[in-house]
Design a protein around this ligand. Structure first.
Ligand SMILES: *Cc1c(COP(=O)(O)O)cnc(C)c1O
Length: 392
């Protein structure tokens, strides 16, 4: 099926990338095959030389994985997408495919914990240096850029405090300094925010989160143009092998079909819960970009069409009150995952940010009373009632 370039987002989410086989199947098939058969020795030679397009081996290409890649690329408005075995593999493949020893990264300090470990423990011994800056401080980004800076890296909104970066301004800064802007679009997904259209060069996904949306598979993706992603990142991936399995690709590509509906429902539920918490006497502050009280509410409304399902709040009474709230729940799940139909609750100070020192936590704004909720798709009144018990 040819993609119609005029198709809207919701049509692309359901149709893009599908190629029917001779069986005329309606739904997309899974191709669990590690290699492919050639018609002749000459064809095999042509494929290996790169003179003839086509499948050779599933570390390089697989039809189910390709369908997922083409569909996600279409949703982000990109030329190319490369699927990876996890979100972390997407970040690793981007760095390995595009950077070399001596290069420098400027990164937001409010990024996923494993990304910090990847940068500091595993990339730095190979001569890649990383500086960290506050996400929303444009001057700090500018000051941190050096002649050897090659890449600016961020997540927006951040997790758990939902700070928002001005993607357009950072893309201008990056390009004025010959750098690439890489945005981890995990929280918003292309259904709510399309960073490439705002000037970013590469979008990273942990497909594990909202792209699946139902907590089943681990996977990731890198999205961008033919040169950076189709050659640079793909070149590393096909050689080193952190590829996505066809089964996982099938789960994710079916997830994309309902992505827009789910992200809208997550956003609606989260906004209602944020308003309820903001009005609650036991809560001192709520962090959610959809609230008028959020310091970057206007910016968030400009670059996002919704505010996703993740919110945080400070309960009065510190860790004891936060743990009491968490332990009083019967419906929501006590787990650090996010992007699931099932609502999850976590205490960042003693879990995701537990390895930081007290001073580092204070600097990051992770208080002892901070609770993070990734709001799912249950009825909002049931979620509220579940939290009300522990906040009472
Ligand atoms: C989970 C997550 C990752 C890592 O993804 P995995 O699929 O767990 O490897 C990267 N970035 C963000 C923002 C995440 O939430």
């Amino acid at each position: 099926m040819e993609n119609d370039s005029n198709w809207a987002f919701d049509t692309l989410a359901v149709r893009a990338g599908q190629v029917r086989t001779l069986e005329h199947e309606h739904a997309e098939p899974i191709f669990p095959t590690s290699s492919y058969v050639f018609d002749s020795a000459a064809q095999a030679a042509a494929r290996f030389r790169g003179d003839e397009p086509g499948n050779i081996y599933s570390r390089f290409t697989n039809p189910t994985v390709r369908t997922f890649e083409q569909r996600l690329a279409a949703l982000e408005g990109a030329e190319r997408c490369v699927a990876t075995s996890s979100g972390m593999a997407a970040i690793l493949s981007t760095c390995m495919g595009l950077l070399q020893s001596g290069d420098h990264i400027v990164s937001s300090n409010a990024i996923f914990g494993s990304t910090v470990v990847l940068f500091n423990k595993y990339l730095s011994p190979f001569g890649i240096d990383v500086s960290y800056v506050p996400l929303a401080d444009l001057d700090a980004w500018q000051r941190a850029i050096r002649p050897e800076t090659r890449l600016l890296f961020l997540e927006t909104p951040s997790n758990p405090l939902t700070e928002v970066a001005d993607i357009t301004a950072l893309a201008e800064l990056a390009h004025a300094n010959d750098c690439l802007l890489v945005v981890d679009n995990c929280l918003c997904t292309p259904a709510l925010q399309q960073p490439l259209k705002l000037g970013a060069d590469i979008v990273i996904h942990s497909a594990t989160k909202y792209l699946d949306g139902q907590g089943r598979c681990v996977g990731g993706a890198v999205v961008g143009n033919k040169e950076l992603v189709g050659e640079g990142v793909f070149g590393f991936l096909r050689t080193a092998g952190p590829t996505m399995s066809p089964f996982n690709a099938w789960v994710f590509l079916k997830g994309l079909e309902t992505l827009h509906l789910r992200m809208k429902a997550h956003s609606d539920n989260a906004l209602q819960l944020a308003r309820y918490l903001e009005a609650h006497a036991a809560v001192s502050r709520v962090y959610y970009p959809g609230l008028e009280s959020h310091p970057q509410h206007e910016l968030a409304c400009r670059q996002q069409s919704g505010h996703s399902g993740v919110l945080s709040f400070d309960v009065k009474g510190g860790q004891a009150a936060a743990w009491k709230l968490i332990d009083s729940t019967r419906l929501v799940s006590i787990t650090a995952n996010l992007g699931d139909t099932k609502t999850t609750i976590t205490h960042p100070a003693t879990t995701t940010h537990g390895r930081l020192t007290e001073e580092e936590r204070a600097e990051a704004g992770i208080g002892d009373g901070l609770v993070r909720i990734a709001v799912g798709l249950e009825d909002i009144e049931d979620i509220q009632a579940d939290l009300d018990r522990g906040l009472g």
